[in-house]
Design a binder for this molecule. Structure first.
Ligand SMILES: [Zn+2]
Length: 393
């Protein structure tokens, strides 16, 4: 009798140990869904400082014009909030915004090229391959984090990609990764588009290809195609790649560059509002926003390239239930785009590992509360010389 009780006790202990062991294998702080939005070529300078006074006077003089007046303020914080109200009201109060170099927080690409294919490859594959040195590169040989997530039972066939640029078919090696993708001129709804998708497809088919030097469609089709897919198909991981900001930059059109960024902010706000009111996504979805490269400064602002100084400088913003509400981050850190792949996996509770590959470490600070760097001196207010006069009505 005594022995039997003894056995029962140890049997219970064994079950408890097994339970704790299995529990330790399940992801900690797991979240179910992740939406990644990448705004191609949007500088940190506009995100944190608003309208660049270097660009404003020229446009005001030539356009007489009015777009920039709407977003200009001598106080950079007011100017940035006019362009990005979602960032500087919602994200800053509930999430985090990284990359303000004026307060010592640096986010950069690590690849030496500072343009799109190498940038996105670094973001999604988690390291830099110096051989990837052209936007015309073929199928990316490296495993990307979207493909990794799509290989997990929890996310199998629940990962989707919508991009304005069809280069992502090669960047994400869709012929190997088999990711669900709608890129460039692709239409929506697959074999059976419903009435809304048919209308979107009709508009898209009769639009022009917004081309700088690649096959890119207007962002409105990409965004609404993705938003429609989100509502109807409920992907657990969604990547939306927007391209117009970069294209307007290359065209030296600062007003359109700003207007396009403002539109992206509105779409992000609509997306987040939907998430907050949808039973599938509410309270279990993280929104991660970033860019693939920076741009030069002053006369170099339209460009980004190996030889364009400061075009490695980027930023990111993140909001979600497991992301601490740390606002504008002033930690003195050097963060790289290559860390985003493992960060995306970590947000969902997984470690991004690829055989025979060293991927960069995730950014664990996004999960910590009240991060700040008291040792770093608070910046002096940014003063902008009065070099422009705008007639205000
Ligand atoms: Zn570009």
């Amino acid at each position: 009798m005594k022995i039997s009780k003894y056995k029962k006790f140890w049997f219970k202990c064994l079950i408890l140990v097994c339970f704790l062991f299995l529990k330790s294998l399940t992801p900690v702080a797991a979240q179910e869904n992740l939406i990644i939005v990448i705004i191609d070529g949007l500088r940190w300078q506009e995100v944190f400082q608003g309208i660049d006074p270097f660009n404003a006077p020229k446009d005001v003089a030539t356009n007489k014009n009015l777009v920039l007046n709407k977003f200009w303020d001598s106080d950079p914080k007011k100017s940035r909030a006019k362009i990005f109200p979602f960032f500087w009201n919602t994200v800053v109060s509930q999430g985090q915004i990284w990359g303000n170099r004026d307060i010592g927080n640096k986010v950069s690409v690590k690849n030496p090229y500072k343009f799109s294919f190498p940038g996105y490859s670094e973001i999604f594959c988690g390291f830099v391959d110096n051989k990837i040195n052209t936007n015309d590169y073929g199928n990316n040989p490296h495993v990307n984090v979207l493909e990794f997530l799509n290989s997990l039972p929890q996310y199998k066939d629940k990962v989707a990609v919508f991009t304005a640029w069809d280069g992502f078919i090669r960047i994400l090696n869709v012929s190997r990764s088999k990711l669900y993708i709608k890129a460039g001129t692709d239409l929506y709804g697959d074999a059976n588009p419903d009435a809304e998708q048919q209308l979107l497809n009709t508009l898209k088919s009769n639009s022009y290809i917004y081309t700088y030097d690649q096959n890119k469609m207007l962002d409105q089709y990409t965004f609404y195609g993705a938003f429609d897919y989100l509502k109807k198909n409920k992907p657990k991981v969604l990547f939306i790649g927007l391209a117009e900001v970069d294209n307007f930059g290359h065209k030296f059109d600062y007003s359109a560059y700003i207007t396009s960024a403002k539109q992206d902010d509105k779409w992000l706000s609509d997306l987040w509002n939907f998430i907050q009111n949808d039973s599938f996504y509410k309270n279990n979805t993280t929104l991660f926003i970033t860019t693939d490269h920076g741009r030069g400064i002053k006369d170099n602002w339209p460009y980004h390239w190996t030889d364009v100084p400061r075009s490695e400088e980027t930023w990111f913003a993140v909001i979600g239930p497991k992301i601490a509400a740390n606002g504008e981050v002033n930690l003195s850190r050097n963060i790289y785009s290559g860390q985003l792949a493992s960060t995306y996996a970590k947000i969902l509770g997984f470690n991004f590992t690829v055989p025979n590959t060293v991927v960069m470490l995730p950014i664990l600070d996004i999960f910590k509360k009240n991060i700040s760097n008291p040792a770093f001196p608070r910046p002096l207010p940014i003063t902008i010389p009065k070099i422009m006069t705008i007639n205000k009505k």
